[in-house]
Design a protein around this ligand. Structure first.
Ligand code: SF4
Ligand code: SF4
Length: 489
């Protein structure tokens, strides 16, 4: 979290006021402010609206502001109280407001999530894969292809030791294709549960898979052990098979479709999520959503444009990104209609942002990578997240010797919002914070570079989600309750 931007040092009478840093939006017939330094949402009533109007053409001394508010119909004592309250809330700031110094990063961060890449091998050859494709960072030569039991157990012990006094921690299994090392996955779940029980802690598990290797036995195991599942799937057959292919070029849809149906039907303990990678040939968002949600029955469907250098054939160009945004708007409108009826819609791009808004997220870093989340590869090398696993240039130590604190500090310093000067005047920074470190490296060669190629897109989408939030807050506030405890990713 970033620190508040202002601190009062003088008395009211000497102050000259101006508007604070906020983004205005209207929703559900009401007016709101998104207060940027706090990452908070503020409902604007008539009096606050008058105050903002008074300061909209420039700064005013205290007495003048009082007079203008009185002229607009406010009682003088109400005007004084309003100014004080809005100053305190940072809706307005004054000449005596001084920017707080950025908070120094603590030396040690308790880990909440360990992403264990059980193998760096995959039975598909998806052309856009960040692990094997043209933009790959991994340097797996000479390293184990599959994690062994000893490394896995040491990783679990490492997570327990590095997670401080957190009562609840999380392991995500990843690959390559995660289920190519299913025997190890089973052993890790048993070992981690046993160790967590000894310490009276709770470990939650999830995995990401391409679904090709799912069997009734594996599905039963996942269900019995409450393991959350995300399936990488890109839509109906002709879209999915565009890039998600086996080494011989054959598409994987026909293999996974019955397995996905069985997973959704028989996994009784956790909702099943589809994760779609949008590319130049696969960007028909609405059709993909309908197929995955309605035809196959996924509970949630989330979309992410491929992270790649712009010269790859499958990269989405600006026109394509505009089309994606238009389609996101359509699904967001549907989401709102569902939410106002108290129903789940399943478009997780909205749900994820609503969760962050409900929690008042104000990010110092775009995600937990290197902070509360670490990746570990088959060799035991520690990485900022799963996407940097097996990359020598980005390793942050080894689970047997611990985190390399100097490298971690360098990664976090460069990724901190304070280091991203282009973001300092952007109202979307509490949620964006410059965007994915991995994408930044692929695009700009620096994990700390802001992802400036999509700023307008991000601001438009953030504004959309703010309006959805405001409309739900006005029309069915109880719906937002579910996000209060939901973890922001
Ligand atoms: S990357 Fe762009 S959208 Fe994101 S915080 Fe920085 S300036 Fe804003
Ligand atoms: S947003 Fe990027 S850097 Fe962060 S965890 Fe995801 S892939 Fe890794």
């Amino acid at each position: 979290m970033t620190a508040p931007m202002t601190a009062p040092i003088a008395t009211n009478g000497a102050r000259v006021y101006r508007l604070g840093e906020f983004h205005r939006f209207d929703a559900g017939g009401a007016h709101f402010l998104y207060l940027v330094p706090a990452g908070a949402i503020f409902a604007v009533d008539t009096a606050v609206g008058k105050l903002i109007d008074c300061l909209s053409s420039g700064e005013l001394p205290h007495e003048q502001l009082m007079e203008d508010l009185a002229a607009s119909g406010l009682m003088i004592e109400d005007a004084d109280e309003l100014i004080a309250e809005m100053y305190h809330a940072n809706v307005i700031v004054a000449n005596d407001s001084v920017p707080d110094q950025p908070q120094p990063l603590p030396d040690v961060f308790p880990i909440q999530t360990l992403v264990m890449n059980l193998t760096n091998q995959c039975n598909l050859s998806c052309q856009y894969c960040y692990e094997f494709g043209a933009d790959k960072l991994a340097t797996p030569e000479g390293k184990p292809k599959f994690m062994d039991l000893e490394t896995a157990k040491t990783s679990v012990d490492f997570l327990l030791a590095q997670s401080g006094d957190r009562r609840s921690i999380h392991i995500t299994f990843f690959g390559g294709e995660t289920l190519m090392n299913y025997p190890l996955l089973k052993e890790v779940v048993a070992y981690a549960n046993e160790r967590a029980k000894e310490q009276e802690r709770h470990i939650d598990f999830s995995l990401t898979t391409n679904a090709t290797l799912l069997t009734p036995t594996i599905i039963e195991f996942l269900s019995e052990n409450h393991i959350g599942v995300t399936v990488s799937m890109d839509g109906p057959k002709e879209m999915h098979d565009h890039l998600r292919v086996f080494a011989n070029g054959k598409g994987s849809y026909d293999i996974i479709e019955p397995k996905v149906r069985a997973l959704i039907q028989n996994h009784r303990t956790r909702p099943i999520t589809a994760r779609v990678t949008l590319t130049a040939g696969v960007s028909d968002v609405i059709r993909i959503f309908r197929h995955l949600k309605q035809d196959l029955g996924f509970h949630e469907v989330g979309f992410a444009p491929v992270t790649t250098s712009p010269n790859q054939l499958y990269a989405i160009n600006a026109t394509g990104m505009d089309s994606v945004l238009d389609q996101f708007h359509t699904l967001a409108d549907e989401y709102l209609e569902h939410a106002l009826r108290g129903e789940s819609h399943g478009f997780s791009n909205v749900s994820d942002t609503l969760a962050e808004l409900c929690q008042g997220v104000n990010k110092s870093h775009p995600c937990g990578a290197g902070l509360g989340l670490l990746g570990v590869g088959p060799s035991g090398d520690i990485a900022p997240c799963h996407r940097f696993v097996d990359s020598d240039a980005h390793a942050l130590g080894h689970i047997s010797t611990g985190i390399d604190r100097a490298k971690q500090a360098d990664f976090l310093r460069r990724g901190h919002i304070d280091s991203k000067y282009d973001c300092h005047t952007c109202w979307a920074r509490p949620l964006c914070a410059g965007g994915c470190h991995h994408e930044a490296f692929v695009r700009y060669g620096d994990t700390g570079h802001p992802n400036l190629h999509y700023c307008d897109w991000i601001r438009d989408w953030t504004d959309t989600c703010l309006r959805i939030y405001g409309a739900i807050a006005a029309g069915n506030p109880g719906f937002l309750q579910q996000f209060a405890e939901r973890k922001a990713s």
